[in-house]
Every structure is written in structure tokens, then in C-alpha cells.
Design a protein around this ligand. Structure first.
Ligand code: GDP
Length: 196
């Protein structure tokens, strides 16, 4: 509910094109197909907000959404797009690394993973970065509706337990963009990080 006012702000292909580094920002990251667009749309209550990020030519961009004055969500470029060549991929990696390293207003990272395929290489890379930078991390285990309630809960516990020595604040939850399960918990995290 608190994110209903969210609107698309701008896209940045390079670091210099990002909005001024002020206020509060929460970044969404995930492998391609993890359910990131669906999650952003569900959490903001807007059916096609994050669709722009998926149109060819925009996928390589950092897409910024404004939740409220000085409060932003950032859709980070995903990985695993089959159609992308190696050079482009390395370029994304560079921009992503640059963003993560430079952004002062970043207050937390939401890492989305398909609950049936958690902790792949891309996820490990971001976990590593969170550990080094002490950036708070919230794991959204998406498409939880694909598992039984018990199996989903089990996976969340297992993933959280395997990361219990993570040196930065780390939380995990199951989420479904399809049913809305877990949306309240995700809102709580966003509200806290963005000081809404
Ligand atoms: P992105 O590439 O990370 O932005 O992933 P999308 O949001 O486009 O989702 C990838 C695919 O997974 C699409 O076919 C979605 O319909 C599907 N999907 C996303 N979220 C859910 C979910 O919560 N439940 C189910 N069953 N499917 C989902």
C-alpha cells in the first residue's frame, strides 16, 4: 500500500546517468527470470511498472523508480540473458560493480532467487559483495507458490541457516508475486530501509 505512488524515474546506462546520490535507495537484483519484474510490480501494486526494464535495449540499464521524495527503488540488470554477447555482459558487470561500489544512498539490497533454484553463482557474487561492504541483504525466495507451504518454509530455513555466518545483516523470506504471499514482510523491510 505504501508503494502505490511509485513511478518510473529514469534509466541509466552508465553511472554518471544515475539520479543524484541523495536520499535512500533499495536495489533489486536477481538472475534473469528470477521473478524480479513481477515482484516489483506486485510490491508497488502496479501491473507494468517494471516491464519497461525488460524491453530489449533497456535490460542493460539501471532502472530507477521513485517511491516518494528522495526514496527510490533500483532495478539492477539481471544476468543470464541468452541473447547477450560476452562483451555486453562484461559491460553490465562493470556498471553493476560500479554502482554497488559507489552508491552512498544505497541502504539495502533485495536479492531475488527462484525458491526452487537458490544460491547460484550470480547470487553468491552478490552475497560476497554484501559481506565485504557490510550491506544489509534481504533474500526474496520467489515463486513460492510453486512449492507446498511446508517445502517453501523449509527452503527459507535452509538457505538462512547456510548463511548464518554472513557478516552483514541478512534476512530471508518466501514470496509469491502470483498470490501476494510474503508481500507484507517485504513491505516491512522496504519501509524500514527507506525510512518510510
Ligand atoms: P525477471 O526476469 O526476474 O524480471 O522475471 P519475471 O518477473 O519476468 O518472471 C519470470 C517468469 O516467472 C515469468 O514467466 C513470470 O510469470 C514467472 N513468475 C514470476 N513471479 C512468479 C510467482 O510468484 N509465481 C509464479 N508461479 N510464477 C512467477
Amino acid at each position: 500500500p505504501l508503494l502505490r505512488q511509485t513511478r518510473f524515474l529514469t534509466s541509466a546506462q552508465r553511472l554518471e546517468q544515475c539520479p543524484p546520490d541523495e536520499g535512500f535507495e533499495v536495489a533489486f537484483a536477481g538472475r534473469s527470470n528470477a521473478g524480479k519484474s513481477s515482484a516489483i510490480n506486485r510490491l508497488t501494486g502496479q501491473k507494468s511498472l517494471a516491464r519497461a526494464s525488460k524491453t530489449p535495449g533497456r535490460t542493460q540499464l539501471l532502472n530507477f523508480f521513485e517511491v516518494a521524495e528522495g526514496r527510490r527503488l533500483v532495478d539492477l540488470p539481471g544476468y543470464g540473458y541468452a541473447k547477450v554477447d560476452r562483451t555486453t555482459r562484461l559491460q553490465w558487470q562493470k556498471e553493476l560493480d560500479g554502482y554497488l561500489a559507489a552508491r552512498q544512498c544505497l541502504c539495502g539490497l533485495i536479492l531475488l532467487m527462484d525458491i526452487r533454484h537458490p544460491l547460484k553463482d550470480f547470487d553468491r557474487m552478490l552475497l560476497e559483495w554484501s559481506a565485504e561492504s557490510r550491506m544489509p541483504l534481504h533474500l526474496l525466495l520467489t515463486k513460492a507458490d510453486k512449492l507446498s507451504f511446508g517445502a517453501a518454509k523449509n527452503t527459507v530455513l535452509k538457505v538462512a541457516d547456510s548463511l548464518r555466518n554472513h557478516p552483514a545483516p541478512l534476512t530471508a523470506q518466501a514470496f509469491s508475486a502470483t498470490t501476494g504471499a510474503g508481500a507484507d514482510a517485504a513491505w516491512d523491510v522496504l519501509a524500514q530501509w527507506l525510512e518510510l
